[in-house]
Design a binder for this molecule. Structure first.
Ligand SMILES: Nc1nc2c(ncn2[C@@H]2O[C@H](COP(=O)(O)OP(=O)(O)OP(=O)(O)O)[C@@H](O)[C@H]2O)c(=O)[nH]1
Length: 401
């Protein structure tokens, strides 16, 4: 019988979640219930004074002799301290005396770059973490009590003085969404502060945004370590494809509606371009019942370039997504047709691959009305024959999204 060699790599769990969601509280609970596992903990804090590390040192019950607490301060392991993370993890793994590595990210950290650190060889540093460690589980902690106010705040991290530097102009809601859309386990924390029915609704919408993750409701981070350690849940490809909008847009997988809470989703798909001013007018009066939308937009005034579109709460991002195949020279088109039969099959005789495809996820959305309003923003039959370049385009002239 062929036995698989034992995987001796050190498993790693990463905790993400917005500031104050309860990551340290959860970490301490897990450490206090770790059932003999020898754990190394990395705590990342944006500021110079690593308060979370102090809380773990005081409250985590780590053994001073057998275990280790590493503080990574003054930056974020998803960007400025990424190489330091790489080296720290390598060092811990090579020590060969830890059963597990637990990492608490900063509240403004993006999970994808942290996960990538474990996937690919860093050529500059010459380190391949995937040979030493096995990323086991990406956990995101969501503050159930503050979710909707953070989501709807319209504030940036800079507004809240929580940015990593003065160029960090991310919206709070975009950060929340990036943490939710890339995880294996989603912990809905602070459930003691939210009524059951509100919790049910929140969980339903989060499940629509993130259909793949396991959901756990918690109070003061009281989650059994088995749910977070040695889960073998992490899979980079699956995690990358797990956002609800992506499943629906690219795989046509429609997650069931949650009628009870009015949560639904649909794909808006048209093979006519938008009139830029009419679309901008519609977007400026955004229907608040649309929680999340994302896709590709065809704007008449930008006939060469597909536009990527992404909205979460009050934050809307619009940017160049690459050339339409129809705008490329015929010879290049032929090569693409040979590689991508889907494009060839859905090719429009006049417009080629130009089209709009956007997923909408929301609560109590009136699909018919949204579709009718968007249809009003499309080019009319008389406008179809005019020069679209002459149309006024109020969208920002931008670089790639
Ligand atoms: N009511 C309530 N408070 C909680 C719960 N979990 C954590 N808290 C409190 O929320 C505050 C923030 O918790 P932390 O664990 O420090 O949150 P964090 O995500 O580590 O915060 P940052 O390190 O700033 O990103 C603390 O005062 C906790 O005691 C909970 O389930 N219910």
């Amino acid at each position: 019988m062929n036995e698989r060699p034992m995987d001796t790599r050190v498993p790693v769990t990463v905790l993400s979640g917005y500031l104050g969601s309860g990551k340290t509280t959860l970490l301490n609970y897990v450490l206090n219930n770790r059932a003999g596992l020898r754990v190394a903990v990395i705590v990342n804090d944006l500021s110079e004074v690593n308060i979370d590390a102090a809380l773990v040192r005081d409250g985590g019950g780590l053994s001073r002799t057998d275990e280790k607490l590493v503080e990574m301060s003054n930056g974020c392991i998803c960007c400025t301290l990424r190489e330091d993370l790489l080296r720290e993890v390598e060092k811990l793994a090579k020590e060969g005396r830890f059963d597990y590595i637990l990492i608490e990210s900063t509240g403004i950290g993006e999970p994808i770059p942290v996960a990538q650190t474990f996937m690919y060889e860093d050529e500059e540093a010459g380190i391949r973490l995937s040979e030493l460690c096995r990323l086991d589980c990406m956990v995101t902690v969501v503050d159930a009590y503050r979710f909707w106010s953070d989501f709807a705040s319209g504030e940036t991290l800079l507004d809240r003085q929580q940015a990593s530097d003065e160029l960090d102009n991310r919206d709070v809601v975009d950060l929340l969404i990036s943490q939710i859309e890339f995880c294996d386990v989603l912990i809905l924390n602070k459930c003691d502060r939210v009524a059951d029915e509100e919790l049910d609704q929140l969980e339903s919408i989060l499940r629509k945004l993130q259909p793949r993750a396991r959901f756990i409701r918690a109070i003061h981070g009281e989650v059994s370590p088995q749910q977070l350690l040695n889960t073998r849940l992490f899979d980079f490809e699956e995690a990358s494809e797990s956002p609800g909008w992506l499943k629906e847009l690219t795989h046509g997988i429609h997650t069931p509606e949650t009628e009870e809470y009015g949560i639904s989703s649909f794909v808006y798909e048209r093979q006519l371009p938008f009139h830029p001013e009419r679309l901008m007018a519609w977007m400026s009066d955004w229907p608040s019942e649309i929680v999340r939308s994302k896709g590709i937009v065809w704007l008449a005034s930008r006939n060469e370039m597909a536009q990527s579109f992404s909205q979460a709460g009050p934050s809307v991002q619009f940017g160049a997504a690459g050339n339409w195949v129809a705008s490329l020279p015929k010879a290049e088109q032929q090569i693409i047709f040979q590689q991508d039969h889907e494009i060839a099959a859905s090719w429009h005789p006049r417009f080629g691959d130009r089209s709009t495809k956007v997923v909408f996820i929301g609560i109590h959305m009136d699909r018919k009305q949204i579709e009718a309003e968007l249809d009003q923003c499309l080019i009319t039959s008389s406008e179809l024959e005019m020069d679209w370049q002459s149309l006024l385009d109020p969208f920002p002239q931008q670089t790639s999204a």
